[in-house]
Design a protein around this ligand. Structure first.
Ligand code: TRP
Length: 328
């Protein structure tokens, strides 16, 4: 019996942090046992915003693969590949661009938001507008039926489904409609309580050093109403408590202790330092080992390219046939 196929991807935007771990990667690791997984380094997607400074994309791509291997993405179970290694993404993207109405793209909430938010780059480009079309091509190329994504990506997935239906209406039933699989994501706040993100400078890296962990936990925002250790606290909005939930199996006990004023923030933070360190230490060690094996990383990416292209090429043969540009 063949298993359902998954495709998911991430843009290589630098070292990953524990927001990625709890928000996506832990889930990716689990899915490997149930699905045929294709995990893609979306380096062409990185170009849609970073076209003017491409210098770090290659390195970031490798670093991201190292992070994936560190957390347990297994090249024996899953296909790990770089988008730009599979040129069929570009071909399908081009064909899909012919049938995608501009209105769908201009209406896309992520497009509108990013145009407003990102002021340091000129995003008035065709490529940036077409971001979701490229993403649709990624998914459709592997005829993936399941796409694990975070909530922020749901509009893109909906667009993929629309593009898919339109293609099938025009050229025949070729593509299955993919379903989004919402990651049961733990919310990971950054040390300043905003969403953890590299660009906010509030993240804890997957392999953060012990001294940095300590420093960052000490900077974490706590309940502003809990001034003295014995004041009752409000764990629900507290970053330190959120980290207890992620790392401390006894988090519910802590919640009560905090609410009753039975523990102060200083002691509570000191424990978080220990829990986070215990969680990160094995990753730090593993990452060190993996990152030294440069030949192995090359081999994994090469193998991924071959396996991904085999599927992609098959899809494209069907697609080319359906579009009928040639006569065979
Ligand atoms: N857009 C996704 C992100 O920013 C990355 C991505 C590219 C992706 N292609 C994909 C995710 C295909 C899922 C499926 O995180």
């Amino acid at each position: 019996m063949s298993r359902k196929r998954i495709l998911s991807g991430m843009r290589p935007s630098g070292k990953l942090h524990i927001g990625h771990l709890f928000g996506a990667l832990n889930n990716w690791v689990k899915l490997q046992d149930e699905y045929d997984c294709f995990y893609m380094v979306a380096d062409w997607h990185a170009l849609t915003t970073d076209y003017a400074e491409t210098g770090s994309i290659a390195l970031n791509s490798r670093e991201m693969v190292i992070d994936w291997l560190t957390v347990g993405i297994d090249p024996k179970k899953s296909v790990i590949f770089r988008q730009s290694d599979v040129v069929e993404h570009a071909e399908l993207f081009l064909l899909l661009s012919m049938i995608t109405p501009l209105g769908w793209l201009f209406r896309c909430p992520t497009y509108k938001e990013q145009l407003q938010e990102v002021t340091s780059k000129d995003l008035q480009t065709f490529g940036f507008l077409g971001y979701p079309v490229l993403q649709a091509a990624d998914i459709m190329l592997y005829q993936a039926t399941v796409v694990p994504v975070g909530e922020d990506q749901l509009p893109h997935l909906e667009l993929t489904r629309e593009i898919c239906r339109r293609f099938n209406n025009l050229y025949g039933e070729i593509f299955p409609e993919p379903q989004g699989l919402l990651t049961p994501a733990a919310r990971v706040p950054g040390i300043d309580a905003r969403k953890m993100s590299k660009s906010y400078n509030n993240a804890i890296a997957l392999d953060e050093e012990p001294a940095e962990i300590k420093k960052k936990v000490q900077q974490m925002f706590t309940d502003p109403l809990k001034l003295r250790a014995k004041d009752p606290g409000h764990p629900d909005g507290c970053v330190v408590y959120a980290f207890h939930v992620l790392y401390n199996p006894g988090a519910s006990v802590r919640k009560e202790e905090c609410a009753q004023g039975a523990i102060g923030c200083v002691a509570c933070k000191a424990q978080v330092v220990e829990f986070v360190e215990a969680g990160i230490a094995p990753l730090r060690e593993k990452r060190r080992v993996v990152s030294r094996q440069t030949g192995m990383i090359d081999d994994i990416l090469n193998d991924g390219k071959i396996r991904a292209r085999a599927v992609a090429e098959q899809t494209m043969q069907t697609v080319r046939g359906a579009i009928k540009l040639s006569h065979e």
